[in-house]
Design a protein around this ligand. Structure first.
Ligand code: RB5
Length: 170
């Protein structure tokens, strides 16, 4: 399995631990940084990973900042990204079963490494339940399309362009 990871300084140590853990299970980890504890801006790293999930370059990703909040806010700005902040097991499981989350977000200053490993394991092993939950995701997609439609209109009227277009949408 190929999985992207990105963090800021608040998530660096946990990212390193989880990268070792995932690699030891045979996962192919794509590390998008940051690469040390120097203070950086989480939107830069969160956006790089979320863009790859949004465009289908990566199927799943893990983001880590101090609380997980900033990374969640950033990632959910990207079409088709369903980023779930889950610092405990119940939310991690439900984020897959109910929300088909494709990005797991953790707070490096909130969870310890043992619990974080369990959360990652559960998150990766839990399938989406579909059924009534699919209908709810379809509604989210409709809302998203409406909002991005107005954004695209603004961008084209101001001459803006993008190099990658969103594909990871249902
Ligand atoms: C960095 O100090 C901190 O603000 C960041 O890691 C994150 O918690 C933001 O939501």
């Amino acid at each position: 399995m190929r999985i992207g990871m990105a963090c800021d300084h608040g998530g660096f140590n946990l990212k390193e631990d989880l990268k070792d853990f995932l690699t030891s299970t045979g996962a192919d980890v794509v590390d998008l940084g940051s690469f040390n504890e120097t203070s950086v801006d989480y939107p830069d790293f969160g956006a790089e990973l979320a863009r790859k999930v949004s465009t289908g370059t990566l199927e799943k990703g893990i983001l880590i900042c101090g609380t997980g909040i900033g990374m969640s806010v950033v990632a959910n700005k990207f079409p088709g990204v369903r980023a779930a902040l889950a610092n405990e097991l119940y939310s991690a499981r439900c984020s897959r079963e109910h929300n088909d989350a494709n990005v797991l977000v953790l707070g490096g200053r909130v969870v310890g490494t043992s619990l974080a490993r369990e959360i990652v394991k559960v998150w990766l092993e839990t399938p989406f339940s579909g059924g009534r939950h699919q209908g709810r995701l379809d509604k989210i997609r409709t809302i998203e399309k409406e909002n991005f439609k107005s954004q695209e209109a603004r961008q084209s009227s101001s001459g803006g362009s993008r190099t990658e277009s969103p594909r990871n949408v249902k």
